[in-house]
Ligand binder design. Sequence first.
Ligand SMILES: Nc1nc2c(c(=O)[nH]1)N[C@H]1C(S)=C(S)[C@@H](COP(=O)(O)OP(=O)(O)OC[C@H]3O[C@@H](n4cnc5c(N)ncnc54)[C@H](O)[C@@H]3O)O[C@H]1N2
Ligand code: MOO
Length: 421
Amino acid sequence: MAARMSGHRTVEEHLGDVLAAVHPLPVETRAVADARGMTVRETARATVDIPVFDNSAMDGFAVRHADVADASADHPVTLRVVADIPAGSDADPILAPGEAARIMTGSPVPADADAIVPFEDTVGGLADSLTQTTVLRAPRPAAHIRRAGEDLRAGDPVLGPGTLLGPLQLGAIAAAGITDVVVSRRPRVAIVSTGSELVEAGAPLRRGQIPESNSVLLAAMAEAAGAEVDGRTSVDDEGGALRDVVDACAAASVDVIVFSGGVSAGAFEVVRNELSATMTFSRVGMQPGKPQGFGVLPVADGHSALLFGLPGNPVSAAISFEVFVRPALLALQGRTAIHRPVLRLPASVAWRTPPGRRQYLPAVVDTDAAWSVRPATAGGSGSHLAGGLGQARAVAIVPAEVDAVAVGDEVDVWLLEGWDA
Ligand SMILES: Nc1nc2c(c(=O)[nH]1)N[C@H]1C(S)=C(S)[C@@H](COP(=O)(O)OP(=O)(O)OC[C@H]3O[C@@H](n4cnc5c(N)ncnc54)[C@H](O)[C@@H]3O)O[C@H]1N2
Ligand code: MOO
């Protein structure tokens, strides 16, 4: 069981509350070409066999196996070439004993043929292929014939509900003759940064001001999790602007609002102050990401929106998204796998960890020799190290009971999108 600091909830408890509030979104039908990154919700079934018909795996000659069963370099066998079957041809030429058809990879194999002899196993190869050919090596029976339906039959399931449509999955369903796929509607997510110190990146900064960056970070993380970002806003700590944004989000019937900042213990915690009736604020036994807010807001048309109040420190916001918001977005889409796979990798340097809280450390995975993991930022796990975050492509997770990681210790690691770039 995860260790608990007094007054802290565990990550699992908080995530459990979040996931209990998730109801999968409605489905929609998408053209395959327009469905990358979406989640299948109804089994996609093949409309054609794969292969569609018996076809050749090699450029060469379709032959009657019995004619060439004894062919060898010492005993070459010459066949008459009576047909030419390019890819796309619907011809099914009759082959009498002693006859062959020139055939290309992917062309339909004549019903009379039961083996393919590649050009390489003939005397003249492609150069001398339209009148006769001399076979120098016996093919196995059925050699180089790809049988109809040996991969999938029409009606077979190609992809099941909960599958992410990546390039390979899209290729597979297109090959199976599927034109449209039933997927989850993308979650519509509003990103709301809070803080009177925040100004748009690039604007001149007076003392006390910083570039607003969490909305860029969180919008990108939401899109990477399959969501559609419905507005990025930054509001001050006064409260009026936040109320207006929440009203606009409710009217627009967004599925999720992700706030950052304004959830801890200060005097101007705008999310906490304005949304205390809708959201619950708790302290979670993790570092970063200790202060967390979560709630469900009724919005237009009887729907409701999930509200996440993430801490404002940029590393805290990123980790909190990864730990709580991303699984929720995937569950909304009906995705089967909502948690990242966990690797166990040895640490290549030593680092300290916060006592009593599970550490989620932005990390670098080195893959040049044996794989290893190290902190991404020289300053350790500081939740304000927003620039060093750019070095991270992974997260190292260290249990609350552990207070230091030594070189060679194995730790849990999540690889993030683009980890291999
Ligand atoms: N007395 C206590 N103080 C704090 C506690 C605590 O338990 N007791 N918890 C600390 C922890 S842990 C965290 S994390 C932060 C979380 O604070 P908030 O969520 O209220 O966030 P802010 O105070 O608004 O901002 C924190 C930090 O992050 C910067 N920030 C905020 N939003 C953005 C943005 N959109 N782009 C870039 N940077 C942003 C902000 O300027 C602050 O530096 O509270 C601790 N305090
Ligand atoms: O928990 Mo805070 O998120 O340490 O930085």
